[in-house]
Design a protein around this ligand. Structure first.
Ligand SMILES: Nc1ncnc2c1ncn2[C@@H]1O[C@H](COP(=O)(O)OP(=O)(O)O)[C@@H](O)[C@H]1O
Ligand SMILES: [Mg+2]
Length: 439
């Protein structure tokens, strides 16, 4: 993509409404634009990042055997009345009346709808387990939408729902999601620590929030410092094998959110120098809730003895549109964003230090064509602009690599290759720079 043609409305000034760094950088880097309180439009740069995040989430869900569906954003109130949540949900639910006076709502979540879909077609325990997920916009009329995409009113969520015949099956389904979440966030270059979270009236130990440590997080978290150094999981996971040892390992040390925090246990289990008390960003939440919805909505299947039983369910959310903000909170410096490669909007920023100069243009066009030809995503700054602002903008948008081509270097037969994360710059020939990038 040529920057001269790209829709990238960057801002020089720091927007005054943005209280945290990710919000400031997302606005300044032209990723999003507020449409109304807690509701955002995603501009090309921001949308590219969100799509990459979405794709990683999707691949890791699929790896577990979960199947993607798409449920509507607008739901009928009927099922919510059956589950009892139409009244319970209160003002957070956006209620809509259609032209026939029917009560509708913009879905804040999908337990009711998915249970109804399941119930309509699954009859026997032999068809279980099943896990269905979608990646869809939600609306929650939050009292305090803030921090940009971090706490929006309209936001994109991946929500998966598992169906099992009994508790043991539900635990296996839960463990698959637990492990998939570890992998999902690791692939985004993030360390998200699973923390014991509120499990509501169901109780038990099957509710975990995945938290990224960050000063600006909205959650208060308590955990053992060693989690920060735990090895990340490889990709060679057999989701049909027993995953309990992995889950046990990742829950072997103390880690709890505010709701679940037990000061006495924390002090007994964690030596003082290992205690981390910090803010965290909740990027995912997995949750077993038994027959809470299958009972009232009548999602029963026949067990081996023919008796109908209510299915055991769990739900598993990832805040897809929160993720770009969370990643920026964890990965930035004073100059701007530092994208991990896996979610970067483009991998390489190609900077022409003197657009209009025949030698610079020719070298840049050559590099651009070769990178594109090799399938690398490049943003080529071909604008006639001074080097200073070009560098500043490239640092702000945070692409992992900068390939800098200018007249002085070309005379000496060199270009510069800069790593955004380390800040290190190397002078080398264009060919070596390209083989480094493509190698
Ligand atoms: N208002 C919001 N804006 C952006 N992302 C959200 C919002 N609410 C929830 N999420 C994301 O969706 C995930 C699943 O949501 P869920 O656990 O149902 O929400 P909550 O913790 O608010 O009950 C959360 O872990 C979070 O990453
Ligand atoms: Mg939650």
């Amino acid at each position: 993509m040529r920057l001269s043609q790209y829709f990238l409305p960057t801002l020089k000034e720091t927007p005054s409404e943005a209280q945290i760094v990710s919000h400031r950088y997302m606005l300044r880097a032209g990723m999003i634009r507020q449409a109304s309180a807690g509701i955002y439009s995603w501009l090309p740069m921001g949308y590219r990042v969100m799509k990459k995040i979405e794709q990683i989430v999707r691949e890791e869900q699929n790896a577990t055997g979960a199947q993607e569906v798409l449920m509507p954003t607008i739901q009928s109130a009927d099922l919510w009345k059956q589950s009892g949540r139409y009244d319970d949900y209160g003002k957070e639910m956006l209620r809509i009346e259609d032209r026939h006076g029917r009560e509708m709502l913009y879905g804040p979540t999908n337990e009711e709808l998915i249970t109804d879909i399941f119930k309509a077609s699954v009859r026997s325990y032999r068809e279980l387990p099943k896990n269905l997920y979608h990646i869809q916009w939600k609306f929650r009329d939050e009292v305090r939408p803030r921090f940009g995409v971090m706490r929006g009113r309209e936001f994109l969520m991946k929500d998966a729902y598992s169906f099992d015949i009994d508790f043991e099956g539900a635990r296996r389904s839960y463990n698959k999601m637990f492990v998939a979440y570890l992998r999902t966030f690791a692939r985004m270059g993030m360390r998200a620590i699973p923390m014991e979270a509120d499990s509501g009236p169901i109780g038990g130990d099957m509710s975990h929030e995945f938290q990224i440590l960050a000063d600006t997080g909205e959650s208060e978290i308590y955990c053992h410092r060693d989690f920060v150094e735990f090895d990340v999981l490889g990709s060679d996971i057999d989701f049909e094998s027993d995953l309990q040892p992995i889950v046990d390992h990742w829950t072997s040390l103390y880690a709890a959110t505010d709701d679940k925090h037990d000061p006495a246990r924390f002090e007994a289990e964690v030596p003082e120098e290992k205690r981390v008390v910090h803010r965290g960003i909740e990027v995912g939440h997995i949750f077993y809730f038994g027959t809470k919805y299958s009972d009232p909505l009548g999602a029963h299947v026949a067990y081996s003895d023919g008796e109908p039983v209510a299915v055991h369910m769990g739900s598993y959310g990832v805040g897809v549109s929160r993720m770009p903000g969370a990643i920026i909170e964890a990965s930035h410096d004073d100059a701007g964003i530092i994208w991990p490669e896996s979610v970067a909007p483009f991998r390489v920023g190609l900077i022409n230090l003197r657009s209009g100069d025949a030698a610079c243009d020719a070298a840049c066009e050559d590099a651009y064509a070769k990178l594109l030809g090799a399938g690398t995503e490049v943003l080529y700054d071909d604008r006639e602009e001074r080097p200073g602002p070009k560098f500043a903008e490239m640092d702000l948008i945070g692409l992992p690599w900068q390939l800098i081509i200018g007249p002085r270097g070309l005379k000496a037969g060199t270009v510069e290759l800069k790593s955004r994360a380390s800040g290190e710059t190397e002078e080398l020939s264009l060919d070596s720079a390209l083989s480094r990038l493509l190698g």
